[in-house]
Write a protein that binds this ligand. Structure first.
Ligand SMILES: NC(=O)c1ccc[n+]([C@@H]2O[C@H](COP(=O)([O-])OP(=O)(O)OC[C@H]3O[C@@H](n4cnc5c(N)ncnc54)[C@H](O)[C@@H]3O)[C@@H](O)[C@H]2O)c1
Length: 392
């Protein structure tokens, strides 16, 4: 029986023929969560043999039962050996990535294949493609963090900044974060929430907090960010920290300087990728700490505060996928759009490629109609999808 993921993709493809791909190898660095299985299953059913798929998880998000399910598909799964230290995720994960590539590049299948498609989440794989493989490798990048990397060696389809992800996925991420806040009893009316970063995620979060009657103050380095939001603005992080009890960072950068003064019982929660958001604080106070899902308590002569989930995104705890399955599946469906593009495209130069607007629109329409349980207003004009699917 076809899964709903397969039905949506096949419906959106219509009579289009899947480009030839039996001599393609997939190299993936992905969050090992329930929503990954349908994507990997689709690749193994329709695109190539499971032996042609190489997958490495991310130690801060991997759910072990999901890893076992993926193993049962027959994929090649790499090992996460890195000794993680909070605040230094990118440096620590590099050795896993290097070992993964080193092992893969000796495989006959990889040496002899015509094309390598990298499914990346954070740009780590794309920056480390061995030189002898770059001529036949193309990457698909799923995160904004990854699109900012300077030393990417191969052409990249930028799913991270496509219209569907920016406008429809961001809401669901906030719903996931909200579920965890609710589970943890954090949504108290007397709490003032400080939101740093008013991009796609931050704006939805502020709207949701206001709609639910919470006190909110927000800060963005761009003074003009999300001007439509009717929210009190701080003019500096310090001002926000002075009046908030829970601070949620959604900038994707190291946003709180290590010399910040924290005078009350404040909790810092990141929803940005990896542990970048509060890395200065983590490195100043907890330079050698290894527990990645712990509540980090910091108490000094002048400051007392906690950092949730080891500074890693609050909606990744190694146990749950907090997002609703029917909504978050869009993220994985969009990778299929990128894969179809990567399969049919010639590899030349290290260019950034926007996600195809037409197939993206069809797939998102099928998802909204047949899977999503939420109400989505989808623009039916392909130009809108094109104009809003950018590169960074
Ligand atoms: N937790 C998850 O499941 C999840 C899912 C998707 C994306 N993300 C990550 O969340 C982060 C934010 O995503 P987005 O789509 O909202 O990005 P975005 O670029 O739309 O928004 C970021 C905002 O932060 C502001 N900003 C940057 N540096 C700042 C600083 N030092 N101080 C104050 N404001 C600053 C920017 O001006 C911008 O408005 C990214 O790192 C992304 O990869 C996480």
């Amino acid at each position: 029986m076809q899964s709903s993921f397969e039905k949506i993709v096949n419906k959106a493809l219509g009579n289009d023929i899947i480009p030839k791909c039996s001599d393609t190898v997939f190299v993936c660095h992905q969050h090992i969560l329930p929503s990954l299985y349908p994507l990997m299953n689709y690749i193994c059913q329709y695109l190539c043999l499971p032996e042609n798929v190489f997958l490495l998880g991310k130690p801060y998000s991997t759910i072990q039962t999901e890893l076992s399910l993926l193993k049962s598909l027959g994929l090649n799964i790499g090992k996460n050996n890195a000794d993680l230290v909070v605040g230094k995720y990118s440096d620590c994960i590099q050795s896993d990535i290097d070992q993964f590539w080193s092992k893969i590049s000796k495989c006959k299948r990889v040496i002899e294949c015509k094309k390598i498609i990298v499914l990346d989440e954070g740009g780590h794989l794309s920056c480390a493609v061995p030189d002898q493989l770059t001529h036949k490798t193309i990457a698909i990048e799923q995160t904004r963090f990854g699109t900012r990397k300077k030393n990417i060696k191969v052409p990249t389809v930028q799913v991270a900044v496509c219209a569907a992800k920016r406008f429809f996925e961001s809401k669901e991420i906030i719903e996931g974060v909200w579920r965890r806040l609710l589970n943890d009893g954090k949504l108290k009316k007397e709490t003032t929430f400080g939101v740093i970063g008013l991009g796609y995620l931050g704006s939805y979060l502020v709207k949701k907090l206001i709609q639910n009657g919470h006190k909110v103050i927000a800060y963005d380095i761009r003074e003009k960010a999300a001007l439509e939001l009717d929210v009190k603005r701080a003019t500096a992080v310090q001002q926000l920290v002075d009046v908030s009890q829970i601070i949620i960072g959604c900038t994707g950068y190291d946003s709180v300087p290590s010399n910040i003064r924290v005078s009350g019982n404040v909790e810092f929660i990141s929803i940005s990728s990896s542990d970048i958001e509060f890395s200065s604080l983590l490195l100043k106070y907890e330079a050698n700490r290894k527990e990645i899902h712990e509540l980090i308590k910091i108490s000094t002569n002048s400051s007392k505060f906690v950092i949730a989930n080891g500074g890693f995104p609050y909606n990744f705890d190694g146990k749950h996928e907090y997002e609703d399955e029917s909504e978050i599946i869009l993220t994985r469906l969009l990778m299929i759009v990128g894969i179809m593009q990567a399969l049919s495209c010639e590899i030349s130069g290290c260019i950034k490629i926007p996600l195809d607007a037409s197939f993206q629109m069809k797939l998102t329409e099928s998802w909204a109609k047949d899977i999503s349980t939420a109400q989505h207003q989808l623009p039916g004009n392909v130009l809108w999808w094109k104009q809003n699917s950018v590169t960074l």
